[in-house]
Design a protein. Structure first.
Lengths: 190, 206
């Protein structure tokens, strides 16, 4: 319990840096990646922002359940689901709050992930934040150069629209982290 | 290790399973928080501990799909029966027998050509899951997959399987050995699963 509270405090301290910065790479143990995601989302929503959550590890249903179980109000969260389509051929659109991408591999300039993010950035009102969980998953599915290009595209996009960007990833992935970390305003390892 | 030796070794190891083994833990797979778990087993008594979990699962009246990449179907069923575990609610996907011989087909088991035949495995598991009858998929084991394929290939395969499990709404248990717990694969899979449990830390009642 104490450990969880310490972890929460560390994540909140890290994310509060986004009050003065625009982008952050948050590096945590694989086992606490989803707890970290909850704390980040909660923290950003408390700042009256709208969230765009790119689900790369679990379908948006599972992510949404995790958030709800942690008492996070998901009314202001929009999802880009990059997992469900891996397992299901026919997808029914769930209102305007979820866009299904074809998979974590579809990150090229014209891919379904960048397109979905662009759509939400343009259509969701108010101040926004964008969460990517997790960078590591992108490296599983894509060549490092493509991931790097995608990250730069996100940084350009978020900076142009005044959107805060938080990219989570797991520890012990130093080679890949090293390829992209210079692009972020803040890199925090917990 | 040659698959035949592996199959025979596993079979011999299985014979050492004691009928008195009583697991004293609950996986509580039905909860959303524990829909997909990875169990990390110590190398010693792997079979004994796994059997304990199967026994526990078989006591709840749910249908189980057992994906075995370590033990051939026939010896597995024989040993489960020996310790009083009914296999009536189980369907098996055997990835090892066909590496050694042509199996006798049976409705309770699908035989896949090898543990590394990931497409065949995906098709077989998906087919079973899509019937909607099986509530738990037991995948034995990720460590065996590591012998046959690269971390990245297995990570994609497991990510797909886990997505399928969530979309269909069943539960899954993936097993691996302690020696692989620090591998890139298990760290990656930790991001996709709901929980990674080190079995050695559980109380093992006998």
């Amino acid at each position: 319990m104490k450990k969880a509270q310490e972890h929460k405090a560390l994540v909140e301290e890290a994310v509060s840096k986004l009050d003065t910065s625009d982008s952050m790479l948050l590096i945590v143990e694989a086992g606490i990646l989803h707890e970290s995601m909850v704390y980040v989302t909660k923290h950003m929503l408390a700042r009256d922002k709208y969230g765009i959550y790119v689900c790369l590890n679990k379908p948006h249903d599972a992510v949404s359940s995790i958030l709800k179980r942690s008492s996070v109000d998901t009314k202001r969260v929009y999802f880009v689901d990059c997992v469900t389509a891996l397992a299901k051929e026919t997808l029914t659109t769930k209102g305007a709050k979820v866009i299904y991408a074809v998979g974590p591999h579809d990150i090229s300039d014209k891919g379904t992930i960048p397109n979905a993010i662009k759509r939400f950035i343009r259509s969701v009102p108010g101040e926004k934040f964008l969460i990517i969980d997790a960078l590591r998953t992108l490296f599983i599915y894509n060549e490092p150069k493509l991931v790097s290009t995608f990250i730069h595209l996100l940084l350009t996009l978020t900076s142009a629209h005044d959107v805060k960007l938080i990219v989570l990833t797991r520890k012990e992935d130093d080679v890949f982290i090293g390829m992209v970390k210079a692009a972020f305003d803040e890199v925090v390892e917990i | 290790m040659h698959p035949e030796d592996k199959a025979e070794g596993a079979s011999k190891q299985q014979e050492n399973v004691t009928a008195t083994y009583q697991p004293q833990y609950s996986l509580q797979l039905s909860t959303e928080e524990n829909q997909i778990i990875v169990l990390v087993f110590p190398e010693e008594n792997y079979t004994e501990r796994l059997i304990g979990i199967i026994k526990e699962l078989s006591q709840v009246s749910i249908k189980i799909c057992y994906v075995s990449l370590n033990r051939p179907y026939t010896s597995l069923v024989e040993n489960l029966k020996k310790i009083g575990v009914s296999t009536a609610n189980m369907h098996f996907i055997d990835g090892i027998t066909r590496t050694a011989k042509i199996p006798v087909e049976c409705p309770e088991c699908d035989f896949v050509s090898s543990p590394g035949a990931l497409t065949e495995l995906s098709v077989a598991i998906s087919k079973v899951m899509e019937t909607g009858e099986y509530k738990v998929i037991l995948f034995d084991s990720l460590s065996t997959l590591l012998v046959y394929e690269s971390d990245t290939t297995i990570a994609k395969f497991v990510h797909f399987m886990m997505a399928k499990v969530r979309v269909i709404g069943c539960s899954a248990i993936f097993t691996c050995l302690n020696q692989d717990a620090e591998s890139i694969l298990i760290k990656d899979i930790n991001m996709f699963a709901d929980k990674v449990i080190h079995v050695e830390k559980w109380h093992m009642g006998k």
